[in-house]
Design a protein around this ligand. Sequence first.
Ligand SMILES: Cc1cc2nc3c(=O)[nH]c(=O)nc-3n(C[C@H](O)[C@H](O)[C@H](O)COP(=O)(O)OP(=O)(O)OC[C@H]3O[C@@H](n4cnc5c(N)ncnc54)[C@H](O)[C@@H]3O)c2cc1C
Length: 458
Amino acid sequence: MGSSVVEDLRSATKGAVIVPGDAGYDEARAVYNAMIDRRPAAVVKATSVQDVVAAVNAARDHGLDLAIRGGGHSVPGFGTCDAGVVIELSGMRGVTVDPAGRTARAQGGATWGDFNDATHAHGLATTGGIISTTGVAGLTLGGGIGYLARGHGLSCDNLVSAEVVTADGRRLVASDREHQDLFWALRGGGGNFGVVTSFEFRLHPVDQIYGGPMFFELGEARSILEWFREFIADAPEEFGGFPLWQIAPPLPFIPEERHGEPFIAFVACWAGPIDQGEAALRPLHDVAPVVAEHVGAMPYPALNSAFDGLVPPGLQHYWKANFVTELTDEAIEAHLEHGPRVPVVNSTMHLYPINGACQRVASDETAFAYRDANFATVIAGMWPDPEQNDANTAWVRDYYDATAPLSEEGGYVNFMAGDDQDRIRANYKGNYDRLVEVKTTYDPGNLFHLNQNIAPGP
Ligand SMILES: Cc1cc2nc3c(=O)[nH]c(=O)nc-3n(C[C@H](O)[C@H](O)[C@H](O)COP(=O)(O)OP(=O)(O)OC[C@H]3O[C@@H](n4cnc5c(N)ncnc54)[C@H](O)[C@@H]3O)c2cc1C
């Protein structure tokens, strides 16, 4: 990238344009997954929609790769690139709430922590991720699975409108009323269609929740998984939560002599009346004795940030994912074989329920196609030491190889690895061809290709 291009970009933007050799370059190019080590030609720290437009125009006009970084959590590292331009949105994290209208507007770089803090002040929330540092942008554009999904749908189901900078540098609003095709594609189709500079969400009255993590002996894992399969099929929709494998971290509520041992755990979130919380979780308590738990009433954002410490930035990540319609006995057997071998405290498998409100949206109503799936699994390898790369990637692959044949062909795009690009069509099932049409309309040159890419048509 020539120095005149950098100069033009600097004069067209208010935010900093950081290039190799500048102080802060290494910090600016780093993303959350420490396995990703890319060297962009320029990182544009956007502070406004105009900055975003300038960066899009520069990348397009000079034929440069363009990466968009919201929260930076993409496991394949789509928020950075080699030798191209990165639009970095952490300077655009504002969230404004309209409590009377029960909506909130988040800028493209906001995290779920930013969002929840703003909406919780009004006793309101919408479905977001389970970790507060994840970006609203990437998570929503891929779908958005979280504690509130059974009751209120995916994050993308709560999207009312989005402001988008498209590949030709235009600023569009996509909603039910304007650019409906783009609005359809943004709800599950990922970062393929433009830079979303603001998201408007519908909010729901969710203030305090009742829940938290519970640890059970590995010997109870079959009972927990079988119970979960039956219970969640018609559990009240206020009940969110999921089973997981978890090596006990050194937390005060876990007996010290058990720290470092693997458990089957469950994180529960009852988002109904608090005085019903204990009764709502009782069926789970009745399945097996609890070894340790940290359960009670708490503000919704407290649960949303409770596990941030287990996944600090700078870990190595390798993930695999599938949707599951029927959790068969054979599938549970495969989980029982591989889950307890989880190698490190950060690595895990989460089995998220996506029934309830998620299934009241038709498969072709938004780009997110798997509306008949009941679960989304993610086998998340996350580890601090690069020397553990082989052990963790092998654990993820073996676990995936055992469970994928017992699952749907597609998986949730936001949980998929960089080596999953050949599964993209399967992820969108019958919606794929329409996504190609929308892509061809809004980004015929595939400027936005650093994502789980939907290539435009000829
Ligand atoms: C620790 C952790 C916890 C997670 N928990 C959940 C969870 O509970 N539920 C869930 O559904 N997912 C979860 N995820 C997956 C998460 O949804 C994806 O990693 C998502 O892509 C992250 O979005 P981001 O904005 O943080 O990432 P980024 O790396 O910034 O971006 C991810 C993708 O979105 C695109 N993008 C980012 N910002 C914009 C924008 N403003 N406009 C257009 N495109 C954009 C990027 O180009 C890239 O392709 C988790 C991931 C991690 C690492």
